[in-house]
Design a protein around this ligand. Structure first.
Ligand SMILES: [Zn+2]
Ligand SMILES: [Zn+2]
Length: 243
């Protein structure tokens, strides 16, 4: 087993999933802040499927519910309601219990019906995760492949938990909402750590609302826009009332 190769590939896989999560699932699907070219959207769905097993419309539903009910009892993953560590360490359980709520998912995703690809492939979480694991083992060998998958799983889950937990408890609040900005977290999560900015302007494709903020997800969006793979809904920052 090659220890460093396994760790490196695991961390790289996490960064790929983090960028796809913020650009496709979050800014694209959940908020319609940008539109992704159909070919790239299919590739994003495949990446999410084999690296996380999550169903995109369920992710969008849980996230839209978070915005609609921020830090109230109906928020699926509020650290104010559930406690910091329950969200930081138990985010997967909170996400899964919310995603199993079919009434909630239907209510928040009327615009995101399942298609044939979902029914055949992307709705089958364990098939996707199994395929991801097999690819990792075939490319890297058994020990290194399992290590890479393990490093990816732990780091992706912890970073997602941090966006929801740290992103509502620790950091600056330049705008009047309960979310926080953390630049270090933003560097690790392709911009998601600028969570106070995001709650202030949820339909903005960039989370960097001032010149000091660094949003790597926005850099990637600009590259994709240059390649005509992404179009941005609006360029001016449209601030929402306190959320
Ligand atoms: Zn939030
Ligand atoms: Zn959001």
């Amino acid at each position: 087993m090659n220890l460093w190769l396994g760790v490196l590939v695991g961390l790289l896989a996490t960064q790929v999933s983090v960028f796809v999560t913020t650009i496709y699932l979050h800014r694209g699907l959940a908020h319609k802040a940008l539109t992704v070219h159909p070919g790239l959207a299919w590739a994003c769905r495949a990446v999410i499927w084999i690296t996380t097993g999550m169903r995109p419309r369920e992710w969008a539903a849980v996230h839209r519910s978070h915005h609609a009910n921020t830090d109230t009892a109906a928020d699926p993953h509020s650290p104010i309601v559930h406690g910091f560590w329950r969200v930081q360490l138990g985010n997967v359980g909170l996400y899964r219990s919310a995603a199993r709520n079919e009434v909630m998912v239907k209510r928040y995703t009327k615009d995101l019906p399942a298609d044939r690809w979902d029914r055949v492939l992307f709705d089958h979480a364990f098939l996707g995760l199994g395929l991801g694991l097999v690819i990792s083992v075939l490319v890297l060998g058994l020990g290194t492949g399992l290590l890479a998958a393990g490093v990816h799983a732990v780091t992706y889950v912890m970073l997602s938990g941090a966006v929801n937990a740290v992103g509502h408890r620790v950091g600056r609040r330049p705008y009047p909402n309960s979310a926080t900005n953390g630049q270090l977290l933003a560097l690790l999560t392709a911009g998601e750590g600028l969570h106070n900015n995001h709650h202030a302007a949820p339909t903005s494709a960039t989370f960097a609302l001032d010149t000091r903020a660094v949003d790597p997800g926005w850099w990637m969006i600009r590259v994709l826009r240059g390649c005509h793979l992404v179009s941005v809904r609006h360029h001016e920052v449209k601030l929402k009332q306190a959320a």
